[in-house]
Design a protein around this ligand. Structure first.
Ligand code: PLP
Length: 395
């Protein structure tokens, strides 16, 4: 007898994975140059040189037993100090290595934070469109995910909806900026407004309402846009960071949680994070990649390639008549489907070998996500198909 919920999660692939698998099958039939797979958020830009150079250097010169052994559960102390110092230098914060907990990517960071604060009847609020796995991670703690709309044109948070939704069970608000799938970056004024609301309702309900900032795309921003650092605005913040996209290392599984040192009783919260990591069986994040992250702490992949893709795609699709949300970051374009049913639209797009993801799973029916972390030549080849698709609708 298995757990029904786990069986359901494990036996059914996500829509993104379904399309990704279809793309592989279709590529084997007609050749990969003839299909336009925009389904999955796998970085297309190679890891920067420092990654391979550092790995070689570590393997050649570091003690092998240390490199491949267990680290402390929360991560190697020297690595955590380097990361904390870097955060402080960059954002003017005052965290220390004792505020950093190394994780196997943002997914683990989120799961650990959620488990560390979940109590009976906890509710977590997020804004659509949202990363689909939030529902899985939240429900795994026996809690409820409440999904609120975003502002119609800007895709910024809808603060009226937030004030209406917060109640005595609200445990945290989860934000993701730059956002998957909209590419939107919340401006400073929105982070200020959000923190004011969280403070107001924490006082009203006499318990902390946390901010959980999911930040795997922090480094992927264009045109010099600023991504406010949430810890500078709201004391009770957990930052869930990842090197998956910034260093193009999603398969290596490395990231961290930063528990704000301004959080009430942050040491207790940090201990609960350690406990949650232990309960979930994480043991420690990959040791080799902890050391790698420390050595490459201020490096990123070549983001200019994503910007080139963004410009090419956004400009051409807008010119053809598609309605797109302007993405300031991440590597996704969120576009209005040409009919109400985004699934039906994606099926029509398939006729032109365009593989897009319906927005329904992100909580936004009527939209599609286009992951432009692909070779620029794929976009060039795909544009005529996008043109033919809209022409079919305009007939
Ligand atoms: N959060 C968001 C918004 C994501 O898009 C992803 C991955 O695509 C994750 C979290 C998980 O990232 P990681 O690979 O670091 O676990």
């Amino acid at each position: 007898m298995v757990n029904d919920k786990m069986y359901e999660l494990g036996s059914k692939r996500s829509v993104i994975r379904e399309i990704f698998e279809y793309a592989k099958k279709r590529a084997s039939e007609i050749g990969s140059e003839n299909i336009f797979d925009f389904s999955i958020g796998n970085p297309s830009v190679p890891a920067p040189d420092c990654v391979n150079e550092t790995l070689i250097d570590l393997i050649k010169n570091e003690n092998s037993v240390k490199l491949h052994g267990y680290s402390s559960a929360q991560g190697d102390a020297s690595v955590r100090k380097i990361i904390a110092d870097y955060i402080n230098k960059r954002f003017g914060t005052t965290v220390s290595g004792d505020n950093i907990y190394m994780t196997t990517g943002a997914a683990a960071a989120l799961s650990i934070v959620l488990k560390s604060v979940a109590t009976e009847n906890s509710e977590y609020i997020t804004f659509a469109p949202y990363f689909t796995e939030y529902k899985v991670f939240v429900e795994a703690t026996g809690s409820k995910l409440v999904v609120l709309p975003s502002e119609e044109k800007t895709f910024d948070m809808d603060f009226d909806a937030l004030e209406n939704a917060i109640n005595e069970n609200t445990k945290a608000v989860i934000i993701n900026s730059p956002n998957n799938p909209s590419g939107v970056v919340y401006p400073e004024k929105s982070i200020i407004r959000l923190s004011e609301i969280l403070k107001k309702y924490s006082e009203k309900y006499n318990h902390i309402i946390y901010l959980i900032a999911d930040e795997p795309y922090r480094e992927l921003v264009y045109d010099g846009i600023d991504v406010p650092y949430p810890i500078c605005y709201y004391d009770n913040t957990f930052v869930c960071y990842s090197y998956s996209k910034s260093l193009s290392l999603p398969g290596e599984r490395i990231g961290y949680i930063c528990v704000s040192d301004r959080m009430e009783n942050w040491q207790t919260h940090y201990a609960a994070v350690c406990g949650a990591g232990r309960a979930l069986g994480y043991v420690c994040a990959t040791t080799l990649f902890q050391f790698l992250a420390a050595k490459c702490v201020d490096k990123t992949s070549d983001v200019s390639i994503y910007k080139k893709n963004r410009d090419m795609l956004y400009n051409a699709l807008s010119e053809y008549g598609y309605e797109c949300v302007h993405p300031d970051g991440a590597f996704y374009l969120f576009m209005k489907a040409l009919e109400d049913d985004a699934y039906a639209f994606c099926e029509k797009a398939k006729k032109y070998e365009l593989l897009l993801v319906p927005g329904d799973d992100f909580g936004c029916p009527g939209y599609v996500r286009i992951a432009y972390c692909v070779q620029p030549s794929q976009i060039e080849r795909a544009l005529p198909s996008f043109k033919k698709l809209i022409e079919e609708y305009n007939k």
